[in-house]
Design a protein around this ligand. Structure first.
Ligand code: SF4
Ligand code: SF4
Length: 444
């Protein structure tokens, strides 16, 4: 396959990173990529989407990686998976990889192993420079489900119209399901049997980085990976509910400037100049003269180690850092003095956070199940709401109008090919009921 053909297929199929921020996948392809790293870390507790795909579809994934290697001109593909999850992989297929360009790399059971800076280091020994993207060290990091979506687009001409999602937390059983994009999350949970939600809060994503779901509004998007149900009183939920003004007041009153939050930060330990205690102090004391303290938050991945593991005063440097990072992005402010660390800090090895420590610190040990089932549930929502911005970049522009008939897989919106963006498709058969600036409603 030609490079341009692959790029067009992936753009037309609407493929974006299936976890994280949803970076348009076709824009990651470059002849500068020499190593493709598959992110199979699934580092947040309770999540099982990528592991189920690896368990059931390993062969198509490997075929797709070989296609990517050939088409992009890379040298190899490395699947980074935690040793504890190796048993999910088919032994025969794994053995057949010996001497090929696709390899499995066991990564330690640490958090956040799935952060692309950490994963790149753990699998290749390379450190992505501050503020840079992986291609600057010849690497492309791609999520397991994203590779599977490329497989479906190339081999079955299927667009991204559904999403694998783990439902878990304070539940009798945890399951992974495949649901149509645009389906209301509340309807999805009720259809799957999770109805008693009055005293519960639902988190979209993992307990560390996920966001609280608005059950009256929120829908499944291309990046929805987990729906975790917790009691409203749980500290995870309470922290996410805390208003930023209160977070800043608590920080200004109680931070003792011990700098443990910075010393434990996974990116600081890889050599980054990311000192989150300075951001917290500058923001909570309105120290506006210290611009660098704010600008360095651009280096933060939002993992939350500083908040959940490091801070003994129950403060929330993660939230402050991410708030600051968001404001920098909103105002187009960039940090100029980025550097390329050549080696990790000597203390890194003794400060890695194990997943088990994280589970205990989060207080979710009782919610970890022995098995998470993959369940085939036929979701047939009567309506879906296709969000026009499910990805990094420009929102997609509608290509349909109210009253149009659409079928599953029909294009309903797209970003111009030259812009950073992607294509959106109908996820059910029906009629376009409403077209707004932010979504397209389709009803049966
Ligand atoms: S959330 Fe905290 S620990 Fe994680 S990268 Fe940002 S500053 Fe570092
Ligand atoms: S760990 Fe907590 S108390 Fe210490 S500097 Fe960071 S925010 Fe302040």
């Amino acid at each position: 396959m030609k490079f341009e053909e692959l790029v067009k297929i992936v753009y037309d199929a609407g493929i974006v990173g299936a976890g994280g921020a949803g970076f348009p996948t076709h824009r990651k392809f470059s002849d500068k990529v020499k190593q493709i790293i598959v992110n199979a870390a699934e580092c947040e507790p309770l999540m099982m989407v990528d592991h189920h795909i690896l368990e059931h579809h390993l062969k198509p994934l490997i075929d797709t990686l070989n296609l990517l290697i050939d088409t992009i001109g890379a040298n190899e593909a490395i699947i980074g998976i935690k040793g504890k999850n190796m048993h999910l992989l088919d032994d025969k297929i794994v053995s057949s990889l010996a001497g090929t360009r696709v390899s499995i790399h066991e990564i330690p059971d640490i958090y956040p192993a799935g952060d692309e800076v950490v994963l790149t280091y753990e699998t290749t020994g390379k450190i992505i420079p501050e503020g840079a993207i992986p291609v600057m060290v010849g690497v492309m990091v791609i999520n397991v489900e994203t590779v599977y979506n490329i497989y479906k687009a190339v081999n079955r001409k299927e667009a991204v119209v559904d999403k694998y999602i783990t439902i878990g937390g304070d539940t009798k059983e945890d399951i992974t399901v495949k649901a149509p994009i645009g389906m209301k999350i509340k309807e999805l949970l009720e259809t799957a049997g999770y109805r008693d939600l009055d005293d519960k809060a639902v988190i979209n994503g993992g307990p560390m980085m996920g966001k609280l779901v608005d059950l009256d509004k929120d829908t499944v998007t291309k990046t929805t990976k987990g729906l975790l149900i917790f009691p409203k009183t749980h500290s995870i939920v309470q922290r996410k509910l805390r208003p930023m003004q209160m977070t800043l007041k608590r920080a200004s009153a109680a931070c003792c400037n011990c700098r443990m939050c910075s010393d434990m930060c996974p990116r600081y330990l890889l050599g980054y100049d990311l000192n989150v205690h300075k951001t917290l102090r500058a923001a909570s004391h309105s120290e506006v003269h210290d611009a660098e303290a704010f600008l360095q938050s651009a280096l933060c991945c939002g993992c939350g180690v500083c908040t959940v593991i490091a801070c003994q005063q129950d403060l929330d440097p993660q939230a402050i850092s991410m708030e600051t990072k968001g404001l920098l992005g909103k105002h187009g402010l960039k940090r100029q003095n980025n550097k390329a660390p050549e080696k990790v800090r000597a203390e890194r090895a003794s400060r890695l956070v194990s997943s088990q420590t994280l589970i205990d610190r989060l207080g979710i040990r009782r919610y970890v199940k022995d098995k998470v089932e993959r369940r085939n549930i036929e979701f047939s929502p009567s309506e879906v709401y296709i969000d026009l911005k499910q990805h990094v970049g420009k929102p997609a522009a509608p290509t349909v109008k109210t009253g149009d008939k659409v079928a599953v897989g029909d294009v309903v919106a797209r970003t111009a090919f030259e812009d950073l963006g992607t294509t959106m498709h109908a996820s059910i058969n029906g009629t376009v009921k409403e077209v707004t600036d932010t979504y397209i409603a389709i009803g049966r």
